[in-house]
Design a protein around this ligand. Sequence first.
Ligand code: CU
Length: 187
Amino acid sequence: MAPTQPISRAALAAVFVAVVLAAAVSTFAITGSTGPGPPWRGSAADIPCNVPPLPGSLVDVTLADYGSGMMGGTWPMMATVQAQPQVVEAGTVSFLVRNRGQYVHELTVLPTTSAGPGTRITGPDGTVSEEGALGHAEASCGAGEGDGIPPGGTSWLTLDLPPGQYELICNEPWHYQAGMYQILTTT
Ligand SMILES: [Cu+2]
């Protein structure tokens, strides 16, 4: 083993620069966006898709993520479901769902639990129970069920929702735990 050497000033400076750069990059990841929409990096360009007219109250849903490569690149460090608006009239409700992230996402609509949003138990496969699910938007440029919405892709879903609270989630493995849930209220 080589004798311990004092750390050179140059090495210290290099470490300092690296730390500052890392801090700057992570700050940008959180606060970098100045325009409308979520401040996530890695947002995908839209895949062209002709969305048909959607009936009832319209809820725009944005699925987004940031992060790079935990768990072999399959786990976004953070991800989000954003609904606009978050309160709509009960009855016919259409969801227009856009994936602006860099991972495949999907939307599942569930009744809320009494424990509140984000409290569902994640199983060993990284997903939560979809018992009682009211519908999914997970097609690539299509309605309803599918293999997931690719980055930049669009899916949609129309449901008849009585007054209540619903949890909009992404149930790709580990995405719920990464923050992909949002409450929608119908009145
Ligand atoms: Cu997801």
